[in-house]
Design a protein around this ligand. Structure first.
Ligand code: MOS
Length: 763
């Protein structure tokens, strides 16, 4: 098998990752269009669907070891405090309590290099104070109530703007600006660009903190067997978590096995190791029994991640003919008490053709739960500001917003200054506009008669999501023809199991249900990266195809040996190999294995390298049709059309699932979701799904999904780009522009709640 080591660089969540990766060099050419394929692209139902709906799927919380014990966590009720004393004596007396961990009896395990496990300096409401392990969850919960903690309450700051003030309380010794300074970017000459402009508009936009709130709680079930640790974890990155556990506990990585078979969503909140996992591992080692630890919904809303908020000041200059001459973007946002990125300037840098761009992003510490990457970090907030102001500039220029975007179409990557492997955004604009009925836009904005006014708006999308090496896959073929694909990736609810089976079935020309897929186990699988950045399918599908092609080659070679015929005399069709010179001679793939007297035939595959000198991005646009009740301020989204270039569709059904999810999450961001902190007490007011408003079935609009692409042959042998994040990126911005088109007044702050609409109309 031909392999070599290459430099690999691709965008993953909040930055570019670089690897020296082993790649496959003899993989076949990229597939042709999907209509040349039998199984890939088809709406195959999830192969794990039955397990999920029947309840037999084992999630991290479902895993039971003999002698199971349960942990509950005591969390800080204050936004900023120090533990003066902690007394666990009464709690320890409770029958069934097995262990209580606090800062007093736990090693100082570093966290983010700026804190440690059970740091008595508590920096947000929800910070961990103690963990009780008991025979049952209820006993653990009861005992928690008996722990006496004396806190020294400290001055706090829960707003990014306030955190920038001179006399703001310091969350960390290093100051409240993460990294000590803003992250900046510039190209061209911004002042010159503004001078050249005929129209310059400047405005400030703000977005709220939203919470990932996946269905499944963050959870680990841990078990020590001697010095071997097994962790069933609800994680998006089994290998990353494995290595972080090993580092934290100072044990070798091969002593840690992380397993994750199923997940009820993560959206970025489950990309990294949770403190709870280490706490459970320490307690389990101590008591010599397995420990199950989960956070509850309240904690999900306090402590395990959020999308940072933003205040964005944006200045755009354009010439009379619509040519953009300058984009200046300055933002600040709060990432909570620990490092995470609040930057949101990538859309301003990368979406449109513009010679003069300047951006700066301040990410601030505040006394609130840590931010985490959240489905296209920075992009939904960045596009809300950028595409809102862009529409305002278009109006000023008396240009159609879509024509304005086409006028400034970026033919090459504006930041890397190199071509894209493919970009079908024009096609996406075109198809999307047709589907929504773009000519129905209100001219002028707000011109509908009556109390209920309707409007149409659109916004653009760019993301990375090309993935890259390293990613490996293994295929095992048994004597009975049953096949197993093993890969070190994980299905975070998106359909990874299913597309892997489809890709292998396509190559080997066997039914999908002949293929079993094993994912999410660090002990058995070739390495794949974490499932984030919309990189899973684009990284893993080519490795699976490579492994399947190598298996096919092995089978042909095996059959040639059995027939004592040259390989080029054989043909492979529907899992049967036939001797072309004597067509009565044929062998099914299982027979080849038997004739070879093998018990299991194994083939390994790897992803190939990305092309040099090209950028891989996905593109798209979403179009929203809304109605606004100008008496109540209520916005109703009637319809969203998503029109995207995402390379090849692997599975139409799981693609639609992901788009629906992203668009609904984007609608929640646009209209209702918001973490609210009371500035006087520093406490979070939205800690359940009653107060934290998410879209329900009655909020969900008609959704149409148009994919204008069909494989990008330059990327990989499957030509796939990721879709998880593109799906949410333009939704809120498109809705905001539709609201403007309906009422003729710009709402500059998300979420667009009725009070903001009424204030904008009559305030
Ligand atoms: Mo990521 S924010 O899990 O794609």
């Amino acid at each position: 098998m031909a392999k070599k080591i290459v430099k690999s660089r691709f965008y993953f969540e909040e930055g570019f990752q670089e690897h020296l990766a082993e790649v496959s060099t003899d993989s076949p050419e990229s597939w042709g269009d999907n209509d040349t394929l039998e199984i890939v692209g088809k709406p195959v139902s999830r192969i794990d669907g039955y397990d999920k709906v029947s309840g037999t799927a084992v999630y991290a919380f479902d895993k039971i070891f003999p002698n199971m014990t349960y942990a509950r966590t005591l969390r800080c009720p204050h936004p900023h405090a120090k533990i003066l004393s902690i007394n666990t004596a009464e709690a320890e007396k409770v029958k069934g309590v097995l262990k209580i961990l606090t800062h007093e009896n736990t090693p100082k395990i570093p966290w983010y290099g700026m804190s440690y496990l059970f740091d008595p300096h508590l920096r947000f409401e929800g910070d961990e104070v103690a963990v009780v392990v008991a025979e049952t969850e209820q006993i653990a919960e009861d005992a928690l109530q008996l722990i006496e903690v004396e806190y020294e309450e400290l001055p706090f700051v829960v707003d990014a703007g306030n955190a920038m003030e001179e006399d703001a309380p310091a969350i960390h010794e290093s100051g409240n600006i993460q990294g000590g300074k803003p992250s900046t970017y510039s190209r061209g000459d911004i002042e010159q660009g503004l001078k050249e402009a005929d129209v310059v508009l400047e405005d400030t936009f703000s977005t709220q903190v939203v919470i990932h709130n996946p269905t499944e709680f963050h959870c680990s079930t841990v078990n020590w067997d001697g010095d071997d640790l097994t962790v069933w974890d609800s994680t998006q990155a089994i290998f990353g978590v494995r290595d972080s556990i090993a580092r934290s506990l100072k044990i070798p990585s091969n002593k840690v096995r992380v397993i994750k078979q199923y997940m009820g969503g993560g959206f970025g909140s489950k990309l990294e190791l949770g403190k709870y996992t280490i706490m459970a591992a320490l307690a389990a080692r101590d008591i010599g029994r397995p420990v199950k630890i989960a956070v509850d919904r309240r904690t999900m809303n306090l402590a395990v991640g959020n999308r940072p908020d933003s205040v964005q000041t944006l200045k755009i200059g354009a010439k009379k003919d619509g040519t953009l001459t300058a984009i200046a973007h300055s933002s600040f946002g709060a990432a909570g008490a620990y490092p995470s990125g609040a930057g949101c300037s990538w859309p301003a840098r990368s979406m449109y053709n513009c010679a003069n761009v300047f951006t700066e992003d301040y990410t601030m510490f505040i006394n609130a739960g840590p931010g985490r990457p959240f489905r296209a970090p920075g992009h939904p907030q960045g596009f809300f500001a950028l595409d809102s102001l862009l529409d305002d500039v278009a109006e000023k220029l008396e240009m159609d917003p879509l024509a304005f975007r086409l006028k400034n179409y970026a033919e090459i990557d504006q930041v890397a200054n190199q071509p894209y492997t493919s970009k079908l955004l024009k096609e996406a604009y075109d198809e999307g506009a047709k589907a929504i009925g773009w000519e129905r836009r209100r001219k002028p904005a707000g011109s509908d008669q009556g109390a209920i006014k309707s409007g149409i708006g659109m916004a653009s999308q760019i993301w990375w999501g090309g993935g890259g090496p390293p990613a490996g896959a293994m295929i095992r073929l048994n004597r009975d023809g049953s096949l197993r694909v093993i890969a070190g990736t994980q299905d975070i609810g998106t359909g990874t199991y299913t597309f892997i089976a489809q890709v292998a079935a396509e190559v080997l020309e066997v039914p999908v249900d002949q293929i079993e897929v094993i994912l999410g186990d660090t002990a058995v699988a070739p390495y794949c990266g974490g499932s984030g950045g919309s990189t899973t399918a684009p990284s893993v599908s080519p490795a699976v195809r490579d492994a399947a092609e190598k298996m096919k080659a092995k089978l042909i070679s095996g059959a040639a040996a059995v027939f004592e015929t040259p390989e080029n005399q054989l043909s492979y069709k529907d899992g049967v190999i036939t001797d072309n010179t004597n067509t009565s001679r044929s062998l099914g793939i299982a027979e080849v294995v038997r004739k070879m007297r093998e018990r299991v035939l194994i083939a390994n595959g790897a992803r190939g390298e990305n092309p040099d000198g090209y950028s891989i991005n996905s593109f798209g646009a979403q179009f929203a049709d809304v109605s606004v009740d100008t008496e109540t301020g209520q916005v109703t989204v009637n319809r969203i059309v998503a029109s995207h270039d995402i390379g090849r569709i692997l599975n139409r059904k799981t693609l639609e699932n992901q788009f629906h999810g992203g668009m609904i999450q984007g609608l929640g961001y646009a209209l209702m979701e918001e973490r609210v902190i009371d500035k006087n007490t520093g406490k979070v007011m939205t800690t359940n799904l009653h107060n934290y408003k998410m879209p329900t079935v009655k909020d969900i609009p008609e959704m149409e999904i148009i994919i204008v692409s069909d494989g990008d042959p330059m990327i990989s042998n499957t030509g796939v780009k990721g879709i998880g994040e593109p799906a949410i990126i333009p939704t809120a911005a498109a809705i905001a522009n539709a609201v403007y088109n309906a009422i003729g007044v710009r709402i500059k702050s998300l979420p667009i709640t009725p009070d903001k609409v009424l204030n904008a109309l009559y305030g």
